[in-house]
Ligand binder design. Structure first.
Ligand code: SF4
Length: 395
């Protein structure tokens, strides 16, 4: 593949000029936010943007209609949300959101800042494409299948498989070497990649990196992990406290809701499924959180139809969009046209009112289908003469 344009992933210092104004993307390694950082994001969204925080499929966030980019950078810097001006767009690290609190084979939480620190300390990696993704899976298999370029996957409490292009290389390393080997693989990718942006775009890329690393595969490759449910609702932590998983309608978190979340004063993790986890709550506080935040739109019911629906930006944010797909998708949910199961219809030239799709579905304003989640999903795509529904296929 030959690129005709440079990598144009937005960041805080390089905004994307969307149809509705400037868009900033803020990297949050592991999706982790302190309460004060969530509050800073909410205030920035309200004072400098359109009042909303968009959650992305990498546990990052976007702010739209930014009017004063310098003021945004200053605010984020004050909240430790812009720790590097050279590496800000390459800090794409997805990690198992519940790690260390319940489940999993290992606690990978310490690896997140270690990987982030090491990335930012490597001048040659400032030029990694903004699309490159690192995954840190604690062994439960929730993030290793999310399309990472470089990943580790726990196979024991201190034993990690090195994943290259989502596949197990057969190389095993202890936790003390995990960051080092991930960085070494990223350096080799930089040396190989030419104009390519992703490891999967390089012929025999994983094998060439294994050879360059000089490490011997010592294990049979792991099977790809099975798809998992989004963590929604009440989770009892191993230490007796509680984590709450909350869905966010179409991944759009209003600043006011974020301010309420920040006021709970507990750690927040934004997940790669455009949801969030509020952790380390006692039971009484967890009950109050659900009582207050469910009426504000956060979803604590794993059976909610909102959890089946995703949508691209659509109008007015994207000039390519043929319609306001987010409003149409929201109408489909609130009008009861999204059901948990059934036979998906196929058709073309459909009006919004004719669309009643069961199961997971992604609504797009054009054929590019931005933000489509992985797995088996029905596509609902706006065309010039109405919507087209395609049979569900994995992607
Ligand atoms: S799928 Fe099309 S309309 Fe939607 S955000 Fe992407 S380019 Fe824009």
């Amino acid at each position: 593949m030959t690129r005709s344009a440079p990598d144009s992933c937005p960041g805080v210092l390089r905004l994307h000029e969307a149809a509705d104004g400037s868009l900033a993307r803020i990297r949050l390694p592991g999706g982790r936010l302190r309460p004060d950082q969530l509050l800073a994001l909410a205030e920035a969204a309200r004072d400098l943007g359109d009042g909303g925080i968009e959650l992305t499929s990498r546990g990052n966030v976007q702010l739209r209609r930014i009017g004063d980019a310098e003021a945004l950078a200053a605010r984020l810097g004050s909240a430790d949300l812009l720790p590097s001006r050279t590496h800000e767009r390459v800090r794409n690290i997805v990690a198992s959101p519940l790690s260390g609190r319940l489940g999993g084979l290992a606690d990978i939480r310490d690896l997140i800042p270690r990987l982030d620190d090491a990335l930012r300390a490597a001048p040659a990696l400032a030029d990694l494409p903004g699309r490159v993704l690192f995954t840190l899976d604690d062994g439960r298999g929730d993030v290793s299948g999310l399309g990472g370029d470089f990943g580790i996957h726990a196979v024991g409490a201190d034993d990690y498989a090195l994943l290259l292009g989502e596949r197990d290389s057969g190389i095993r390393v202890p936790g003390t070497q995990a960051v080092e080997v991930l960085l070494a693989a990223a350096h080799e990718f930089q040396a190989l990649r030419g104009e390519q942006w992703r490891l999967r775009e390089i012929a025999d890329g994983p094998a060439r990196i294994v050879a360059a690393l000089g490490l011997e595969p010592t294990a049979d490759p792991l099977e790809p992990p099975a798809p998992q449910d989004i963590p929604i609702g009440w989770f009892a932590q191993d230490d007796g406290l509680v984590s709450l998983g909350a869905g966010v309608r179409l991944g759009a978190l209003p600043a006011r809701t974020a301010e309420f979340l920040a006021a709970v004063d507990r750690p927040v993790v934004l997940t790669p499924w455009r949801s969030l986890i509020l952790s380390d709550l006692d039971e009484w506080t967890a009950e109050q959180v659900v009582r207050v935040l469910a009426p504000m739109g956060l979803i604590f019911d794993a059976a909610s139809p909102w959890l089946l629906v995703t949508a691209c930006a659509g109008q007015p944010g994207c000039a390519k969009s043929r319609t306001d797909v987010r409003a149409d998708a929201a109408d489909a949910v609130t009008e009861g046209r999204v059901s948990p199961s059934g036979t998906p219809p196929a058709g073309v030239g459909l009006t919004v009112e004719e669309i009643a799709v069961p199961g997971r579905q992604h609504w797009s304003g054009c054929e590019r289908r931005c933000g489509r989640p992985r797995g088996v999903v029905t596509d609902v795509v706006a065309e010039s003469d109405g919507y087209r529904i395609s049979p569900p296929v994995p992607r």
